[in-house]
Design a protein around this ligand. Structure first.
Ligand code: ZN
Length: 166
């Protein structure tokens, strides 16, 4: 699957909840996992591959692939800073502060509702991917100073993203 870069309109589009977890949705999640592995990355949200749906995939531990549908953060605590990357911002990494503990609810691909408490990389990645479903991108979490430093690289990516035209 093609990964849409910063500058593509789909990354800012409003997303829809997944009403029915059909075979089509499950196939899409499988394709997203394959695309994430090949990229390579540890998280990929549906808008990044051109679908305005509230779902994403993650691989924050070896051999563990999470398929996350209609996610909600119920509680969040603490704060930590981590050097984040994003497949829609090739070769850009930037420190982002986020809560370091979260309680979340989502559906898995079998339609089962899960409620989990997590910290560390899983929690970090979950929040980054959830941002994508709200049209919020890595650049939106940066300070003016951080943005100034990487302005040129960001402009280059944005031009590429605009040409992808989705
Ligand atoms: Zn991302």
């Amino acid at each position: 699957m093609e990964i849409y870069k910063f500058g593509s309109e789909i990354l800012r589009a409003e997303t829809q909840s997944v009403e029915d977890i059909t075979d089509e949705i499950r196939d899409l999640l499988d394709d997203m996992i394959e695309t994430m592995i090949l990229a390579p990355g540890i998280g990929l949200a549906a808008p990044q591959v051109g679908h305005d749906l509230r779902m994403f995939v993650m691989n924050t531990e070896e051999n563990q692939f999470d398929k996350i549908i209609n996610p909600v953060v119920l509680e969040a605590e603490g704060v930590s800073t981590f050097n984040e990357g994003c497949l829609s911002f090739p070769e850009i990494f930037a420190d982002v502060a986020r809560p370091d503990w979260i309680k979340v609810r989502y559906l898995n691909e079998d339609g089962e509702e899960l409620e989990l408490e997590r910290d560390g990389l899983w929690a970090r990645c979950f929040q980054h991917e959830l941002d994508h479903l709200d049209g919020r991108l890595l650049v939106d979490n940066l300070t003016q100073k951080q943005l100034r430093k990487m302005r040129e690289e960001l402009n280059q990516i944005e031009n590429l993203g605009r040409q992808q035209n989705k």
